[in-house]
Write a protein that binds this ligand. Structure first.
Ligand code: NAP
Length: 279
């Protein structure tokens, strides 16, 4: 099976590499061409446009930023919808709105292609090791065809409903992610202000029942004062806005959106745990 990959950002590069290492023939497309070089060295070919990519593969997987990027990938002059191709499966793993998934699903079907939304939970580390958690919306038969490929990228691939349901599940999960990040940052600052050292506090948290992979990884980042983005802060702002648009209106969600929005101008390109600097 030939796979086309669109989007070589922090997540796209390790995910596409995972497929190449599993033995799939992979061809990649990215808006900024230089990012394909790394994967080219691993054995992938490079496509010039989404159109030519779809015409030459069986499945296209997309991992780009947001709704705007998805519209570009599908609807631009040499986008996926301009391809002379049918019977293909297009899997959108980006975190985007359910509405854009439903729209692109309909347009893909009109061209004779199938669409799944399959966003992921987990970050760069999980992407590098095939340990992502993948939540899928779309037709069950198409899902069963695509599942072996998705299983290469994740430790759990779960269909949660029709088109857009994967996006809904992801927005729910990322609402919790934002609360974890803000909560951890506030807790560290509160303890520091009362004379407790960060490494002592993190040692306690990570050995206690409230410790988890997130507190370990982001705690290490705080300790090292290292905010290179695994998951850029600007993306959690995007996700909290999408969650708000889908109807979340709890006190915590509203506070988190305000917190991350006010951090975005200074720290949007850094990791989401850079919110500690803003707080
Ligand atoms: P990233 O590092 O910011 O990369 C974004 C990718 O989207 C790049 O390939 C970029 O191309 C492309 N892109 C952006 N705007 C575009 C446009 N208008 N047209 C075409 N391509 C465009 O993002 P990421 O961290 O890999 O995240 C990708 C998606 O996964 C996002 O939806 C994010 O919310 C989600 N996600 C991320 C994580 C994480 O930990 N990082 C975890 C789970 C889910 P250029 O190279 O040309 O800029």
């Amino acid at each position: 099976m030939n796979i086309g990959w669109i989007g070589l950002g922090n997540m796209g590069i390790p995910m596409a590499a995972q497929l190449i290492n599993a033995g799939y023939k992979v061809s990649v497309y990215n808006r900024s061409k230089d990012k394909g070089i790394e994967l080219n060295k691993l054995g992938s070919t490079i496509a010039e446009t989404p159109k030519s990519l779809l015409e030459n593969v069986d499945i296209v997987i997309i991992m780009v930023s947001d709704d705007e990027a998805i519209k570009q990938i599908f609807e631009s002059e040499n986008g996926l919808l301009s391809a002379e191709a049918s019977g293909k499966i297009i899997i959108n793993m980006s975190t985007v709105s359910p509405a854009v998934s439903k729209a692109m699903d309909q347009k893909s079907q009109q061209k004779g292609n199938a669409y799944l939304d399959a966003p992921v939970s987990g970050s760069v580390k999980q992407a590098e090791t095939g340990q992502l958690v993948i939540m899928v919306g779309g037709d069950e038969t198409v899902f069963e065809k695509a599942k072996p490929v998705l299983d290469t990228l994740g430790k759990l691939t779960l269909r949660v409903g029709e088109t857009g349901a994967g996006n809904q599940a992801k927005l729910a999960i990322n609402s919790l992610l934002a609360l974890y990040a803000q909560g951890l940052a506030e807790t560290v600052l509160f303890a520091n202000n009362n004379g407790i050292k960060t490494d002592d506090l993190l040692n306690l948290i990570n050995n206690a029942a409230i410790g988890n992979i997130f507190t370990k990884i982001k705690g290490d980042a705080i300790l090292a004062d290292h905010y290179k983005p695994a998951f850029a802060l600007k993306h959690i702002v995007k996700d909290l806005r999408l969650a708000r648009d889908e109807g979340i209106s709890s006190p915590l969600a509203e506070t988190a959106l305000k917190t991350f929005e006010s951090a975005e101008a200074a720290f949007g390109e850094e990791d989401l745990i850079a919110v500690i600097k803003s707080l």
